[in-house]
Ligand binder design. Sequence first.
Ligand SMILES: O=P(O)(O)O[C@H]1O[C@H](CO)[C@@H](O)[C@H]1O
Ligand SMILES: O=c1cc[nH]c(=O)[nH]1
Length: 292
Amino acid sequence: MDKRIAESELIINSRGAVYHLDVRPEELADTIITVGDPDRVAVVSQHFDKIEGRFQHREFVTHTGYIGNKRLSVVSTGIGTDNIDIVFNELDALVNIDFNTRLVKENLSSLNIIRLGTSGALQEGIPVDSFVVSSHGLGLDNLLNYYAFDNTEEEKQLLEAFRGQVALYPGSAFPAIFAAGDQLVDKFQDGFHHGITVTCPGFYAPQGRVLRGTLSNPNLIDNLTKFSYNHHRISNFEMETSAMYGLGRVLGHQCLSISAIVANRIRQEFSKDGGAAVQALIKKGLEIIATL
Ligand SMILES: O=P(O)(O)O[C@H]1O[C@H](CO)[C@@H](O)[C@H]1O
Ligand SMILES: O=c1cc[nH]c(=O)[nH]1
């Protein structure tokens, strides 16, 4: 059987680079920082000692460079889990598929992929401008239901507890949950809150925000805030983490999502300077990431 991946499935452009990211295999480091906002890529790479390459196609901006001897790539994903599907499959292809033969490599590589994002807190005690490390990503966005995946026993129990405690509008979501990469999460302890992050398929109604549209499930935020299972609580929600953790599981990469809290939905507060909170997270995060 021909195991070559067809040109319609893995799309390589005239530069020899992968379709959406426009990055070639040798242009990517094996420690990767993802950010949502394309303009945040330069905010991260300004801390690099040297930048060896800058690439951009659509909302996907990549800078690859060094902090000391540590080679890093920072990649913007844009907003949402549909974009995470693109970015993660293409990052994986860059390291695990031979672009000349179009065959999956015999020896697979595992990337470290760390998100430095923004998020809304769901607990009164997690104030704006603080930082949250996602112990788990719980997806209400449905992306991972298109992949075959395994869950651990703990994840299965958490999901069962979630289904029992949090009523979702019928047919709106089939939740999935994945833990953070176990080799990364312990490195980010001091100065970080830890908790389950719920990943939503939108910023407004899927996160319980009302401007003019009416919510199908007005109790969602309250039920997420009250959820508890053993020592686990839901700390925050945003729009990418569960897909990162799920695709990390499917493709064999270590993933961690860290967020600067810009909104506290219980206190109904928004950061006075979200840019400064993100800058502080980048500085603190890079100090640790450079040592990985
Ligand atoms: O600041 P980023 O990394 O984009 O993350 C958060 O901000 C966006 C919404 O404003 C969503 O992408 C959400 O996940
Ligand atoms: O409330 C928030 C803040 C940032 N990003 C989100 O997705 N939600």
